[in-house]
Design a protein around this ligand. Structure first.
Ligand code: NAG
Ligand code: NAG
Ligand code: NAG
Ligand code: NAG
Ligand code: NAG
Length: 226
């Protein structure tokens, strides 16, 4: 019983010090609106949370009550949700053209990569329609002109007559009219925070604040205290 009490006290003291640390670093979580994703380390709400609250490349902004992330290679995408546990960011393209995002988004200088396994596909730009029995035109990349039709094809496929290759890139999904909405496949993950994978960096951040009351209760329960 006494041992349990001591263990309880130690856990409690640890929790308190973590909480104090989190508030010292002055990074209360932020949100763009009611129901919007909670923004905390490694993310940071630009203009509202100071630099030390987030990692470079993880800056978010609000457009009214919508959470946005900016990619220099593409522009702004909407942040639908953030799972800190899975390190997953679910995005939505305001332009409603996910395969346009895949075509242009270059994640190599960002801290993110696709959450899904990627495979090389070839984007082709055709002056004539390909047989719709075997090829699905990407409407959002083909609109505005009668004389070009954009498709994603297997990278091993030769470029059909009347088409030219736009780019071969590694993307999560080939275009399919059945899987197309404004967010399907737009999941990113992050890991391995540059310059922040050692202990004292982690200790400085609110990341430890994830050790919330419910986490504490779980641990206390596991230890048979409650
Ligand atoms: C965002 O704000 C607009 C009006 O400003 C409102 O119509 C909309 O429901 C809000 N969305 C959310 C997710 O709160
Ligand atoms: C992405 O950007 C990097 C660095 O600017 C560049 O080396 C690479 O070729 C680009 N990738 C694609 C697919 O354009
Ligand atoms: C496809 O080709 C047409 C004609 O050259 C061009 O205007 C259009 O921008 C191209 N589209 C893409 C996505 O490369
Ligand atoms: C961190 O990322 C780099 C490049 O993405 C990779 O080479 C390295 O193995 C990763 N390190 C760890 C500890 O995951
Ligand atoms: C963490 O905080 C300590 C002291 O508060 C500081 O010396 C150290 O540089 C910080 N580490 C990082 C990675 O910010």
């Amino acid at each position: 019983m006494a041992a349990n009490a001591i263990l309880f006290f130690l856990l409690f003291a640890t929790l308190m010090s973590v909480d104090t640390q989190a508030s010292q670093s002055n990074c209360p979580p932020a949100k763009c609106g009611h129901g919007a994703p909670e923004i905390r380390f490694p993310f940071r709400l630009k203009g509202q949370q100071p630099h030390h609250c987030g990692q470079p490349g993880f800056e978010l902004s609000c457009n009214e009550n919508t959470t946005m992330i900016h990619f220099p290679s593409y522009g702004d995408l909407v942040v639908k949700s953030i799972s800190y546990h899975m390190k997953k960011l679910d995005l939505l393209d305001p332009g409603n053209c996910v395969h346009g995002v895949f075509l242009n988004l270059n994640l190599s200088l960002s801290p993110f990569r696709y959450y899904y396994v990627v495979k090389n596909y070839k984007y082709i730009n055709c002056s004539a329609r390909l047989p719709s029995s075997s090829f699905s035109e990407i409407p959002c990349l083909s609109t505005g002109s009668r004389d070009h039709h954009i498709y994603t094809v297997k990278s091993s496929l030769g470029v059909p007559f009347s088409c030219r290759e736009v780019k071969t890139i590694a993307i999560p999904f080939a275009y399919s009219p059945y899987l197309s909405d404004n967010s399907f496949g737009l999941g990113l993950t992050w890991n391995n925070l540059s310059g922040c994978d050692h202990q004292d960096c982690k200790a400085n951040t609110t990341q430890k604040g994830i050790m919330s009351n419910s986490g504490f209760l779980n641990i206390a329960q596991d230890a048979g205290l409650l």
